[in-house]
Design a protein around this ligand. Structure first.
Ligand code: SF4
Length: 361
């Protein structure tokens, strides 16, 4: 049975405290039946997976400026879309974004499906995103469960089972609160409550509309919820990246295979990433090895990337990759780990002072 009093109280709070975000419409307009553009909702939800609102804002603005409709996005060269996505991480999302835009534009006449079930058929749209789009863009009564919702519901009901085992319990309790009307506003209200009030480390219970019924608040230690499984340590992998500059101003780059980590993105030629990487230089030359390596953390592992740097002449040809001139290449087109390598390399003697060959060994 739905608990309307809790959801009504949260909706009242949302009417006064909703975050002003470019993909949203104000709650007052929502009350009048105005709905946000499903393209904006979809784009923002895909970008927000694993990424913060603060990071997503500038990317979202760029995407909707460059490609104002899903048709424009579908018609854009894939390389341009991947380059615009660079830095947001989780590049499979960008590849699925392109596939999804193409299906909506070419097979569905540019019209987004409205139901959770139909949305789930599209690439890159899982349970959470389908429920979010159906509820926010089309006001369907779907239950949206993201990290914020898990935290808020776990505290509200003092759920003792640790995450992620508590997932189905959280979903059932969240569903019991989801209203049959204004479900989109309700979903965004729980997200806003989690982002601004019921925060991970220091929830501001004194301003929370759910304080009077919150069991974790009653117990006095809300930040102890949600209960967590002991952390599994991430392994460290090692790799080698080759940064080759061709005078005067071209860089040796290669596009990574379409599937897998950083799939389809531009990057520096390099070794496999594992416990003991094997040298695979893409060109015969002398290499300079900086003392420092690049450190980067992915979802499931840490990476330590050793760099090999070289400057070559125009008459030297690579075994892999191709030279891209400085006019066509911007480091902002690279995924973050590759950009870190570029920044570190640029600070090295060999690129700072190319006339001095002492750096090369
Ligand atoms: Fe979170 Fe505190 Fe509100 Fe409970 S009372 S939902 S712990 S902010």
């Amino acid at each position: 049975m739905r608990d309307c009093s809790k959801s009504d109280r949260l909706l009242d709070w949302y009417g006064k405290h909703a975050r002003d975000l470019p993909w949203r419409i104000a709650p007052a307009l929502g009350q009048q039946g105005v709905r946000p553009d499903p393209y904006h909702v979809w784009l923002s939800e895909i970008m927000l997976q694993q990424t913060t609102v603060a990071t997503v804002l500038s990317y979202f603005e760029k995407f909707v400026t460059d490609w104002p409709t899903v048709g424009d996005l579908a018609a854009a060269p894939a390389d341009d879309v991947m380059a615009a996505w660079a830095g947001l991480g989780y590049y499979a999302r960008a590849r699925n974004l392109i596939k999804c835009a193409n299906i909506i534009s070419n097979e569905l006449s540019g019209v987004f499906p409205q139901t959770r079930e139909a949305l789930l058929e599209l690439p890159g749209i899982g349970e959470y995103t389908a429920a979010a789009i159906a509820s926010i863009a089309f006001d369907k009564s779907e239950t949206v469960v993201d990290g914020n919702v898990i935290r808020v519901i776990s505290r509200l009901f003092a759920i003792e089972q640790p995450t992620p085992k508590s997932k189905s319990q959280v979903y059932e309790l969240a569903a019991s609160l989801t209203p049959s009307q204004s479900a989109g506003d309700y979903a965004q209200a729980v997200m806003d409550l989690g982002a601004g009030v019921c925060t991970p480390n220091s929830p501001n219970c004194s301003v929370c509309p759910w304080q009077s019924e919150c069991q974790a608040f009653e117990l006095g230690r809300p930040e102890d919820y949600p209960k967590k499984q002991p952390k599994i340590l991430k392994p460290t992998r090692f790799g080698i990246a080759y940064l080759v500059k061709q005078s005067p101003d071209a860089w040796l780059l290669e596009r990574r295979p379409p599937k897998g980590l950083l799939g389809g993105m531009l990057g520096w030629p390099g070794s496999e990433w594992g416990s003991s990487p094997v040298e695979t230089p893409p060109i015969d030359t002398q290499w300079f090895t900086p003392d420092q390596s690049v450190k980067h953390t992915f979802t499931h592992f840490h990476l330590e990337l050793s760099l090999r740097l070289a400057i070559v002449d125009r008459n030297q040809y690579p075994r892999s990759g191709r030279f891209i001139s400085g006019n066509e290449f911007s480091p902002s087109h690279l995924p973050t780990v590759m950009r870190k390598a570029y920044v570190l390399a640029q600070a090295c003697e060999i690129f700072q002072n190319p006339a001095n060959p002492e750096g090369q060994n």
